[in-house]
Design a protein around this ligand. Sequence first.
Ligand code: GTQ
Length: 349
Amino acid sequence: MSLTEKPEETPERLAFYDKIDKEAFTPLWAVMSSIITPEPKSACQPHIWRFENARAHLLEAGGLITAKEAERRVLILENPGLRGTSKITTSLYAGLQLVMPGEVAPAHRHSQSALRFVLDGSGAHTAVNGERTEMQYGDFVITPPWAWHDHGNTTDEPMIWLDGLDIPIVTHFDASFAEGMDADEQPITRQTGDSLARFGANMLPVDYRQEKLASPIFNYSYARSREALEKMKAQQEWDPCHGLKMRYVNPVDGGYAMPTIAPFLQLLPKGFKTAAYRSTDATVHVPVEGRGRTSIAGETFEWGPRDIFVVPSWHHVSHEADEEAVLFSYSDRVAQEKLGLFRQDRGNN
Ligand code: GTQ
C-alpha cells in the first residue's frame, strides 16, 4: 500500500465496492490517495479581477437593484476553479459591495466575520455595535461575528469596498446563524472614534477583560497604517520574501485582528522582487498603491491599484514592484495556526 497509488480495481473488488456502496460504505484504499495527499492539492486557481471591470458591472447592478432590496448589493469574486460555491479560496469569500448615495444596506447580524477594504468613494459609513465609522480609501474595517451592522452612504459618490468573509469556514462547520433587525439602521449609542480611543491608543481600560475574539477596534485607517510603513521604510530592512509585511492585530491580546481571517499590509519598494515563497494559506491580495506583477506557480499577473488577485495554497509566489507598492491581503492563516496546520516554505531565505 502506498500513499500515492491506488490498488488495482479488479472485477471482484469493483463488485464488492458496488455491493457495500448500497449500504453507504466506501473502501478507504480506493480513495486514500485523493483525501490524504502528500502536499496540498487545491481546486482553487490563481486569478486576477480588474477593478475597472468590476466597478462598471457594479454600477450597472446599481441600476438594476437597490441595496435595500438586495440586502447587500455585492458581486461575488468566485474562483474559476470553484464556480458555484461563492468561494474565492477553499476557505474564504470575497465580494465587491456598492452603496449608492442616499442608500442604506439594512442592519443584520450573522455568525460569519467580515472585513471591508475600501476601494472607491470616500465618507460612507458602517455601523457596528452602536458606533459609526466613516470609511476612506484603504481603510480596513472589521465586522465581528454576531455584531449588528448596517452600511450607509450620505455622500454624493458611489462607495465600493471589498468584503472578505469566512463564509466557507462557517459553512464547513455548519455553524451559520443570521437575523435581520426591525429597523434599517441600528441605534447609535457611541460617538465616532470611541473604540479607537479606548483600544487604539496603546492603552486599554483598566480591568478590561477580553470577552470576544475579534479586535474591539473596527476601523484600522489607511492613513495610520501607511504612516507606520513610511516610517519603517526608511530603515531599509527588507524581508527577502515579503519586503515589509505587517499583520493587523487585536491590541487586547496581540493576536490577529479577527478570529478566522488574518489581514496584512505590505510595502514593496520600487524595483524590489521578492524571493519565491509558498504557504498553506491561500491569500487574497489587493494592491492599494503602485504597479507591478506577481508570479504564481510560474504564471505572471500584472496588477495596478484596486485589482484583486488570489494565490492558492502551496503555490510559489513572487511579487515584483515597478513603483513603490502597497498590498493589502487576507488569508485563513490565523485559523490554520490555531489548528496546527499552517506551514510555510521560504526557500533558502
Ligand atoms: O455587508 O453584511 O459581501 O452579510 C456578504 C454578506 C457582505 C455584509 C457580503 C454580508 C455582507
